[in-house]
Every structure is written in C-alpha cells, then in structure tokens.
Design a protein around this ligand. Structure first.
Ligand code: PEP
Ligand code: MN
Length: 337
C-alpha cells in the first residue's frame, strides 16, 4: 500500500500515521521528496480496509498495490485453469461454444435446438429452466421438467449442459441434471449461494453483474474457490452504462484484463451484452479475436414465438455462419474450434 501525505503534514500527524500503520502490522518505509512525503506500507493484508488510513489527518491519498483476491489471481497460479468435463476442455487453446435458447420451453423446441447447435459445432447446450426475470409476471421457466428435457436433448446430440441456479435450495436438483452450474448476473454477489456452490463438485460459470467491476467479479469467484471448488469460469455479459442503443454495453476489454489478472477461463456472452440479434454476430467475432475462451450464444428457430429474449436469439442459419467465422478467427490467433 502507498500512502501519499499532504504537503503541509505536521510532524505530529506523520508520527500518528506511522503508528497506525505499524499497529496494523505494516512495515513502513518513508520517502521524502522535494514537495511531498510518501510512505510505503509493506505487508500482505488482502482484506485491509484502506479507508482506515485515508481518514487520518495528513493523508492525501492511499493506493492498494496487492490485489484483494488470492486464489483467483495469476500471481497465485500462473498456468491457465483448464476445466475438463467429459471430452470438453474449457480454458485450453480450443474455443468452446455454448448455445441454445434463453429458456427451455417445450420438448420439441429444446430437441430441435440441440440438434441445430450441435450440427453447427457447439459443445454445450444452454437453456434456463429457472429464470431470473425482471418481472414476476414473465415466464419463470419450466423448472425440473425443463431440466429433464434439456438433459435428454443434450445426451441425444452429444452435448454438455449448462443451466442457471438461482438459489441454494435448488443446487442438488440442478446438479443432478447439468454439467455446469451457471450463476446469473443478478446473483453475482449472492454470497451464501456462492459459498454453497463452492462445496459442489460441478464446474461453475459465474456471470459478471451488470454493475460490477472486474475486481468485484474476481472477488465473487474467490468466494467459490475459497469454499473448495476450483473449477470456476467467468463470463462477461455486458454492463449497464448510459448507452441506450444496446441492452447493455459489452465490455470487451474485460477479456484481456481478466486474462492478465486471473488464471480462470473467461467466456463471452454477446447475446445478453447487446440484446439485439444483429449486434450479436459482430460482437461474438470480436470476443473470439480478443481471446475469449468460449462463447455463450442464444439461438432460437422461432424467435418471434420465444418465451424470453427472442429479439437477441440468432436464427439457426446465422448461428451456423457465425460458427464458421469464429473458427477462422480462432485459427488466426493460434487457437482452434
Ligand atoms: C442467462 O444467461 O440465461 C441470463 C439470464 O443471463 P444474465 O444472468 O447474464 O442476465
Ligand atoms: Mn436470455
């Protein structure tokens, strides 16, 4: 931690600041410049609240140097985390695609979409059976029946399953049908849920909250890791900004930022990030070019009849074309699909 003192700091204030730092078990190194004094406070205290120093008289600014997350950090583990599920590896040089409808709606729909996405090269079937909807009056998902249908459809077409878990009491049920448990953007900081997911044996995909910083996303991943589950992948799905022409703003730069700070794989979801079918394709291409370890894309064969997120679902032929394009992009940057 670096503590910059005010230019007119008094000797008494300086001594008080140093005493506080030492009481908090930091070793203090003082550098005196022409105009200002800077204190280097050395010591690894990831949970230290820097405001305890900021509020002291004579302090101008405090900067944290060490990251507040540990298990999720590159400095803790340098090699990329590879998550192996059956014959699929997430986080290797292969870009993995998860695709399917926003919600599982009925047997015919999920079987048809499983066939379409697997033929196009997706490895994982996505679909919600328990849906986090903004309105309590909107379709809330098919529940267990949806999980059953999704599992059958995925097995028929050699796909893995990813589906969202919204609450702790559903973990056992959902885990018995799915290969990956998804934590939605609205639950990124549901800490009791994250802790309980840390005790499961299935991989977790943690989506970035719509108003969360990358650091907060990594801190949420830390909850799962610290509770025992090391198989965590992250997902950038857009954040809320002042822009109104897209549903969210796709933070593409989060991909290289996360790769630098963390060993965990990062999946990009251009569907929720943009909310509009015609924007999904260019942003999916961009995400692969930026180094995403995978894509999550919503696809629907009858989007106008979809019970949720129809306007952002790609049509089957658009998805097939996208798959060919991102395969070519992946190869250019030394990856495969
Ligand atoms: C989803 O992927 O089904 C979903 C609800 O997305 P998000 O949590 O990113 O809004
Ligand atoms: Mn959706």
């Amino acid at each position: 931690m670096v503590v910059v003192l005010e230019k007119n700091v008094t000797q008494e204030q300086l001594e008080n600041i140093i005493k506080h730092l030492e009481d908090y078990k930091f070793s203090v190194h003082k550098s005196t410049g022409d105009e200002q004094i800077v204190l280097g406070a050395i010591g690894v205290h990831p949970t230290f609240d820097i405001r305890k120093i900021k509020v002291l008289d004579g302090v101008a600014e405090v900067y944290r140097i060490t990251e507040p997350f540990k298990l999720a950090s590159r400095s803790y583990k340098n090699e990329n985390t590879e998550i192996k599920i059956k014959d699929v590896v997430i986080g290797s040089d292969e870009v993995i695609v998860m695709a399917g409808p926003c919600s599982v709606e009925n047997e015919e729909q999920i079987f048809k979409l499983a066939e379409i996405v697997s033929k196009a090269g997706a490895k994982i079937l996505r679909g919600g059976a328990f849906k986090p909807r903004t309105s309590p009056y909107s379709f809330q998902g098919m529940g267990e029946e949806g999980l059953k249908l999704m599992r059958k459809a995925a097995d028929k077409h050699g796909l893995l399953v990813i589906t969202e878990v919204m609450e702790t009491s559903h973990i056992d049920l959902i885990e018995s049908y799915t290969d990956i448990l998804q934590v939605g953007a609205r639950n990124m900081q549901n800490f009791p849920l994250l802790r309980d997911l840390g005790k499961t044996t299935k991989p977790i995909m943690l989506k970035r909250g719509m108003s969360a910083t990358v650091e907060e996303l990594l801190m949420s991943a830390e909850y799962i890791l610290a509770s025992g589950n090391q198989e965590v992948m992250l997902c950038e799905r857009g954040i809320r900004t002042f822009e109104t022409y897209t549903r969210n703003t796709f933070d593409l730069s989060a991909i290289p930022v996360i790769h630098k700070r963390s060993h965990l794989p990062i999946i990009a979801d251009p569907s929720h990030a943009t909310g509009l079918r015609d924007k999904v394709i260019p942003m999916a291409r961009a995400a692969v070019a930026a180094g995403a370890d995978g894509l999550m894309v919503e696809v629907h064969h009858e989007p106008e009849k979809a019970l949720s997120d129809g306007p952002q679902a790609l049509l089957p032929e658009q998805f097939t074309e996208l798959m060919e394009q991102v395969k070519a992009i992946a190869e250019v940057i030394g990856r495969k699909m």
